[in-house]
Design a binder for this molecule. Sequence first.
Ligand code: SAH
Length: 216
Amino acid sequence: MIDTYRHKGLRKKLAQIVAKKGIKSAEVLAAIESIPRHLFIPDNALYKYAYEDKPFPIGAGQTISQPYTVAFQTELLALKPREKVLEIGTGSGYQTAVLLEMGAKVFSIERQKALFDRTKELLPQLGYNTKLFYGDGYKGLPTFAPFDKIIVTAGAPYIPEDLLTQLKIGGVLVIPVDEGDSQRMKKITKLASNKFETKDLSLFRFVPLLKEKGRD
Ligand code: SAH
């Protein structure tokens, strides 16, 4: 688990690349600049590519999201310090670390046992303490609801009703929803218990949000 000045220099450049692509939030860019992304990629052979703005395999058929995508979704959440955030799809834990760096209180769900186990060990080693759950993201976390913000980091075939229910009034759900072979990023604001405002944003490519827990 080694971080070096070279890695620090590379992620400063990565933050600049992400900024050039349109991310304005100083807090999001600072998080990208400070998080050692290479340590979230399990295959050491890929370390040298970790600061390219690309997704990479993390095992169990899943990927660590592209930094620009992580930044785009995080910026849309418009986080305020200490807000309670539910993340669906912990994966490598990189997005989780970005949310924590932004001062959020994070609850994150992962359905692949192997990834859940690895990230549960990794995050505390890097100084990130948060609540991780092995389960089905479609159902959210009713026990800990309501949430100020909810972020889904896999492509959803539809918007899960339970997630809308678990959002505070005034809260925001950021979710990529299937549209052919890519997904439309949506920002959904809960205006009242049964009233939502949806903004359709650009297209992205995510691994699918799967039903039920993984069986590995
Ligand atoms: N935020 C992660 C993205 C990982 S890819 C990162 O940056 O590393 C999406 C993740 O969603 C995968 O780890 C996948 O296993 C997980 N996933 C897919 N369907 C899910 C579900 N129904 N509930 C919870 N997690 C799910």
